[in-house]
Design a protein around this ligand. Structure first.
Ligand SMILES: C[S@@+](CC[C@H](N)C(=O)[O-])C[C@H]1O[C@@H](n2cnc3c(N)ncnc32)[C@H](O)[C@@H]1O
Length: 316
């Protein structure tokens, strides 16, 4: 049995084997990139960057792609009808074969499409706050964006869930929908962790879930939970989302559990202004129970004083 609110410290395949079929609504993750290679001491600085996780498996490019395919075939078992897989991938960064590594990431996506029931519903550009590493190439551009591929089953391309709202109906009966752009600006990370140098941010997690978490109580699974960012992002959402994680590194599992428990007990509220200037209340105070407020109800413009008033007014 697999329970929500838990990080399973094991290979994600083992966790998914024990999951009920179709029991996950959204997979949200950033997979290992297979670039965690060891370098000699003459390449110390590179080594510090390349050895991204405390635990990793060193696969050949072909092995890596086959492994991704088996992963997606397993996602097909656990993912509910019309669920999505939000797959964040960075650039390949193995500098001794940079082009080759970039090829692996692209080939991997196309082989997933060829060999699994999934295809790409959308591609979201994530613009981070800053680029890292910066200005170390004479020709590569300063890489401040990463991709988030939105995979859905090929047979569900017209039905997979997203929070698009009907805003009109033409005389012909044709519906029109409000815009949600395939561009997200979000922080790089939630801070540094010595065990993992390839983390994303709970800010990104919240913004993606804003688009795809279409109902309360959905189950979000991160097969590569790392430092616990997806769990924190789910806890910050208003929709009582449930989460499950897998992570192979014992040290990162402990780090995440500690981080989540501190987060749940911190008892602070944070208000964020979204890009469209709607105030978004992401954090909650556990001992007060659920903060049952839809983001749409908190529609105020950027005024920090007003946020404070709203914050106090809502809770106390
Ligand atoms: C890109 S990192 C994820 C970072 C995470 N998004 C965060 O913000 O902390 C990938 C993680 O996958 C873990 N990992 C690699 N292979 C795994 C496997 N087969 N099952 C579970 N975790 C694995 C690595 O230990 C690493 O922590």
């Amino acid at each position: 049995m697999v329970e929500t609110g838990q990080i399973y410290c094991e290979d994600c395949m083992a966790t998914m084997e024990r999951m009920e079929p179709k029991s996950v609504d959204i997979v949200l993750t950033s997979p290992p990139y297979n670039t965690g290679k060891h370098y000699s001491s003459t390449e110390r600085s590179l080594s510090r960057y390349e050895t991204r996780y405390d635990v990793y498996e060193d696969r050949s490019a072909d092995e890596y792609i086959s492994w991704c395919i088996s992963l997606f075939n397993m996602f097909d078992k656990i993912l509910a009808k019309n669920g999505v897989i939000l797959w964040n991938v960075s650039y390949g960064t193995s500098r001794d074969a940079e082009a080759l590594q970039a090829d692996v990431m692209i080939n991997c996506v196309s082989d997933i499409i060829r060999n699994t029931p999934f295809s790409i519903g959308d591609k979201i550009i994530w613009k981070k706050s800053f680029a890292l590493p910066n200005n170390v190439s004479k020709n590569a551009l300063t890489r401040i964006c990463e991709d988030v591929f939105v995979f859905a089953r090929k047979g569900e391309m017209k039905t997979y869930h997203a929070n698009k709202r009907i805003v009109g109906r033409r005389a012909t009966g044709q519906l029109s929908f409000g815009n949600i752009y395939n561009f997200v600006q979000a922080k790089n990370s939630d801070g540094t962790c010595p065990l993992n140098k390839a983390t994303f941010s709970s800010d990104l997690v919240c913004k993606l879930l804003d688009i795809y978490a279409y109902a309360p109580n959905l189950v979000v699974y991160d097969p590569f939970m790392g430092t616990g960012t997806t769990a924190i992002g789910c806890e910050k959402m208003l929709k009582s989302l449930r989460w499950i994680g897998s992570e192979m590194s014992k040290a990162q599992c402990e780090w995440s559990r500690d981080r989540i428990s501190k987060f749940m007990n911190q008892g602070t509220l944070q208000l964020f202004a979204s890009d469209d200037r709607n105030a978004m209340l992401y954090d909650k105070k556990p001992e007060l129970g659920k903060v049952d407020v839809e983001p749409a109800m908190v529609n105020i413009t950027a005024d920090p004083v007003l946020y404070m008033t709203l914050d106090l007014g809502l809770i106390f």
